[in-house]
Design a protein around this ligand. Structure first.
Ligand code: HEM
Length: 379
């Protein structure tokens, strides 16, 4: 498609028409184009839209917002995620990593042949970090994992989607009430204070913000670590290079982001007026899918794009998006990735797959691109 129809309209299985944009240059330009909106067809801001009680509440977050709402909401949380602030979290990220890898080592030592790397490490690491940052009890993480998975699954039934959304909504309501009564040194308390001190965000936006941050913290870095480890284990020459020279780690994390696309294959936008992309005129009120995973494998931008090369100059990849919605958590995800890969390589030099790569299952979701499990052993 990149070569023959880089901007093409297709009909999805459930009948919606969508325009697929697949070339690097077009995807990047589209993501920076202010005529492509996030608020789907202007619905969230339309006075006629009657939101569903629960999902309506969870939807009014910055990733669904356009300026000026987007600008206002992003400013409220941007400070907490700058590269400098995040660098201060390194010792804590390293400590959590060491604890989790100790526990993994103990399981191997106790005779377990194979361990699921996702359950033992790739999931709990980022989740513990985001829970601590927000002020969400880490003990509730399994509950969240279940809700979050039900919300992003594309094969789940609408009932479980709604049930998970409802449960999350009530959970956050209670948490906000608790922080209001007893503020702590965490992000939820800071947002509650901002909410109560002025009109910078309303209660719906506050709940939606927490929902977005927690789901983003649950569903993303886990896949960078797990899919990244799979990519390295199936490219032993690249794994050896990285093991031999850990100063390559920051660049290797960029290359793994490009290669595995941990969030998803594509991110969507909407037109409210006709917009030309890559020489094709897309009419008003159309749904556009910017296929970032295709852009990241575009040989027009990355030579030999389908090869994993940890020493490649992978900067400019679109795994974190581009433009005003560029991933807020990118510095945190990069830090977690660097610490996680570095520690795994040094602690478990003989780590290997405990199942053949072709039998591994990917989660059925159009929102999230990640493995169900990743069984590993010490060879
Ligand atoms: C936005 C990817 C980790 C918070 C995005 C977008 C992408 C992305 C592609 C833009 C989507 C779009 O334009 O439609 C990733 C990847 C991650 C990661 C690949 C890990 C490897 C995180 C983490 C957080 C986070 C750990 C933590 C809080 C956010 C937020 C937005 C966002 C709040 C919305 C920004 C906005 O709309 O202005 N992320 N993300 N992400 N990400 Fe991440």
């Amino acid at each position: 498609m990149r070569e023959e129809g880089p901007v093409t309209s297709v009909v999805l299985p459930h009948g919606d028409r969508v325009w697929l944009v697949t070339r690097y240059a077009d995807v990047r330009a589209a993501l920076a184009d202010p005529r492509l909106y996030k608020d789907w067809a202007g619905k969230l801001t339309s006075p006629d839209w009657v939101p569903d009680a629960v999902t309506g509440y969870l939807s009014v977050h910055l990733l669904n917002a356009d300026p000026p709402d987007h600008t206002r909401l992003r400013k409220l949380v941007a400070k907490a995620f700058t590269a400098r602030r995040v660098a201060g979290l390194r010792p804590r990220v390293e400590a959590i990593t060491a604890e989790l890898l100790d526990a993994m080592e103990a399981r191997f030592a106790a005779g377990e042949d194979a361990v699921d790397l996702i359950e033992a490490f790739a999931f709990p690491l980022p989740v513990t970090v985001i829970c601590e940052l927000l002020g969400v009890p880490v003990g509730d993480r399994d509950k969240f994992r279940e809700w979050s998975h039900a919300i992003v699954a594309s094969d789940g039934d609408p009932g479980s989607f709604r049930a998970a959304g409802t449960a999350m909504f009530y959970y956050f309501n209670e948490l906000v009430a608790a922080k209001r009564a007893h503020p702590a040194d965490d992000m939820i308390s800071a947002l509650v204070e901002a909410r109560d001190a002025g009109d910078s965000l309303n209660e719906r936006e506050l709940i939606a913000m927490l929902f977005l941050l927690l789901v983003a913290g649950h569903e993303t870095t886990t896949n960078l670590i797990a899919s990244g480890v799979l990519a390295l284990l199936t490219h032993p020459d690249q794994l050896e290079r990285l093991r031999a020279d850990q100063s390559l780690l920051p660049g290797a994390v960029e290359e793994l982001l490009r290669f595995v696309n941990p969030l998803n294959h594509a991110t969507d936008r909407f037109t409210l007026e006709p917009v030309e992309i890559g020489g094709v005129l897309i009419p008003a009120r159309e749904w556009v899918l910017c296929v970032t995973s295709s852009a990241n494998l575009d040989p027009g931008r990355f030579p030999d794009a389908e090869r994993l090369e940890v020493e490649r100059e992978a900067g400019g990849h679109l795994a974190f998006g581009h433009g005003i919605h560029y991933c807020l958590g990118a510095p945190l995800a990069r830090l977690e990735g660097e610490v996680a890969f570095g520690a795994l390589l040094s602690r478990f030099p003989s780590l290997s797959l405990a199942a053949s790569a072709s039998t591994l299952r990917w989660r059925p979701s159009s929102l999230i691109h990640g493995l169900e499990t990743l069984p590993v052993r010490l060879a």
